[in-house]
Design a protein around this ligand. Structure first.
Ligand code: PEP
Ligand code: MG
Length: 325
């Protein structure tokens, strides 16, 4: 099926209105990297670092991590790789960490909360990343930031790690970008200053949607109950895009929905111009984007909203079908 898309692999994801959407890929293993060329992705928009921690029975060593991250950067041939720091939770327990008995693990001690409370692992990981970059550009993203202070504290850890590496005589990255994932609704309402300070944001739609609708992403009974193209959720995403536009903060979307063509089309239409997805989705998403006019899609969305629709899906689907004729 992927062969259908090879003819557009090296073409931009340019819609008929002229707007270009940057399509990036999500990865988590060294084995994912060959897909960077195969899929035509513009870069790695999300590199999930937890897999290396989950597949072992002891904490990986800094030197092992650094070697792996260096190989990832080598394989990317200068394309940007967004390394997300360890995103473990009490549901994703490392076999060598004391388990936590929490009543609501998704709302519990996870991701950046662990990183800030027990900074040893995060410091080790930041050092490994700086060493892996070995003077090249480095992009780091913190998961599950719920308030500005958490981002500031995490950023301070990066500054400390840079200073330590400098003293040790290791080359520092020529360019360092520090961003955050927006996956809790609270962060969308952070003070203006947060949007000014953060260098980029990536919307983690899997978590953001589960918290927006209060519907557990792991619970089969409720997880598909609320449509991503629900007017409430799209309006919320639009608000985030608007705040980012006001502060010139680059924003992308990296949840699973970015890889669903109709969802991706709507995200692009409301102004999300960087989408990160599994490599196999890049072809289908690009193919649809190239057939559509984002300004028209935006009109369709607005009309459906004004007409009081619960979701814009059927209206957008109707538009998409009309583009085939
Ligand atoms: C997300 O929450 O949308 C996301 C990309 O992160 P993960 O799926 O790893 O939680
Ligand atoms: Mg998440």
């Amino acid at each position: 099926a992927q062969e259908r898309y090879t003819s557009i692999r090296d073409l931009p994801a340019q819609a008929r209105c002229g707007s270009v959407v940057s399509l990036q890929m999500n990865a988590g293993l060294m084995a994912d990297l060959p897909s960077l060329d195969g899929s035509g992705a513009d870069g790695v928009g999300l590199f999930r670092t937890e897999l290396q921690f989950l597949v072992r029975n002891q904490m990986p060593k800094r030197s092992e991590l650094s070697a792996l991250y260096a190989r990832v950067l080598d394989a990317a041939h200068g394309k940007r790789v967004v390394f997300r720091t360890l995103d473990i939770g009490s549901d994703k327990v490392l076999p060598y960490m004391k388990p936590n008995d929490e009543p609501n693990p998704a709302l519990g001690w996870r991701a950046i909360r662990v990183g800030l409370d027990k900074p040893g692992v995060m410091r080790m990981q930041l050092q490994a990343l700086i060493r892996a970059a070995n003077g090249r550009s480095l992009t780091v993203m913190f998961p599950f930031v719920a308030q500005f202070e958490e981002f500031r504290a995490a950023r301070a850890e990066v500054d400390k790690a840079m200073e330590r590496e400098r003293i040790l005589g290791h080359p520092l990255p020529e360019k360092l970008e520090i961003g955050a994932m927006l996956e809790t609704p609270s962060l969308a309402f952070a003070p203006q200053k947060f949007f000014e300070e953060v260098e980029f944001l990536s919307i983690g739609g899997n978590d953001l949607k589960q918290f927006f609708f209060a519907a557990d992403r792991e619970n089969e009974r409720v997880r598909r109950r609320y449509d991503t193209l629900n007017v409430s959720f799209l309006t919320f995403l639009e608000g985030i895009v608007k705040r980012c536009e006001e502060t010139d903060t680059p924003v992308s979307f990296c949840g699973e929905d970015a890889g669903r063509p109709v969802e991706a089309l709507c995200f692009a239409a409301i102004g999300l111009r960087t989408l990160s997805m599994r490599p196999a989705s890049i072809g289908p998403v690009k193919s649809l984007l190239r057939r559509c006019n984002l300004e028209d899609v935006r009109k369709v969305i607005n009309e459906a909203r004004d007409a009081g629709e619960m979701s814009v899906r059927s209206a957008v689907m109707e538009y998409v079908r009309s583009q085939h004729q």
